[in-house]
Design a protein around this ligand. Structure first.
Ligand SMILES: Nc1ncnc2c1ncn2[C@@H]1O[C@H](COP(=O)(O)OP(=O)(O)OP(=O)(O)O)[C@@H](O)[C@H]1O
Ligand SMILES: [Mg+2]
Length: 214
């Protein structure tokens, strides 16, 4: 299997505390992997290092076939932040279509895919609304649709189901499983037992160290 993300010896200290200690992991094509850990254990800090938003004190991150240390383009790695990061002045369908349009995709196809993804997440009737006109759980689904829209090789998602009910979590998990099935990989920081149960592999962060959950 092709490794789409390879991380070794990653360490990060904040304000005198070693938050991440010698973290190593690999994500293979087709894998949905969850990352669990207590609040404050370093999940978001690790995702920020993997995304290139922050720099480690030690260690390396390699993404797909890019040279180590190279910041990944959106078409290779997408990030779904804990705070969503939607653009308030764009409609929901424009938000979702944006990675495809920035990647040079055709407008009609990008809008059609955006509508399809929003429909799969149960909000196909809200495509022309703006982020300020919908609920927080609906905004979270828009952010999820946007994250997969450009078919990135790697998706890093930070608690993507935190504001969703059981039935909607099921839609989100199906979307993520179909997404990795088409040749991508996804690492999800989460507290959600449904998502964790349906992932291909589970990782945990305890005292700054990462390990596989058996
Ligand atoms: N930029 C920063 N400066 C100082 N400390 C930081 C910084 N970023 C993270 N930390 C610290 O690192 C630790 C891990 O934070 P992080 O946000 O990664 O936790 P988390 O596992 O994502 O928690 P949650 O489940 O609540 O989202 C915390 O103790 C936090 O205070
Ligand atoms: Mg977090």
């Amino acid at each position: 299997m092709t490794a789409l993300l390879s991380v070794s010896g990653l360490s990060r200290r904040f304000l005198g505390t070693d938050v991440l200690k010698d973290v190593g992991l690999e994500l293979a094509e087709g894998e949905l992997v969850t990352l669990v850990g207590r609040s404050g254990s370093g999940k978001s800090a690790l995702l920020a290092l993997l995304a290139g938003f922050d720099q480690p004190d030690r260690g390396s991150v390699r993404i797909a076939d890019l040279p180590a240390g190279m910041p990944p383009p959106w078409s290779t790695m997408a990030v779904l932040p804990q705070s969503f990061g939607l653009l308030d002045e764009l409609t929901l369908e424009e938000n979702v279509a944006s990675p495809m349009l920035f990647g040079g995709g055709r407008v009609t196809e990008a809008m059609a895919r955006a509508g399809d993804l929003l429909g799969r997440l149960g909000i196909g009737d809200l495509t022309r609304r703006y982020p300020g006109e919908i609920s927080i759980g609906q905004r979270q689904r828009v952010a999820l649709a946007r994250a997969v829209a450009g078919r990135p090789k790697v998706l890093l998602a930070d608690e993507p189901t935190a504001h969703l009910d059981h039935a909607t979590i099921d839609l989100a998990v199906r979307l993520l499983l179909d997404f990795v099935d088409e040749g991508s990989a996804c690492l999800v920081a989460t507290h959600d037992p449904t998502l964790t149960a349906r992932a291909h592999r589970r990782l945990q962060l305890i005292d700054g160290r990462i390990s596989e959950v058996q």
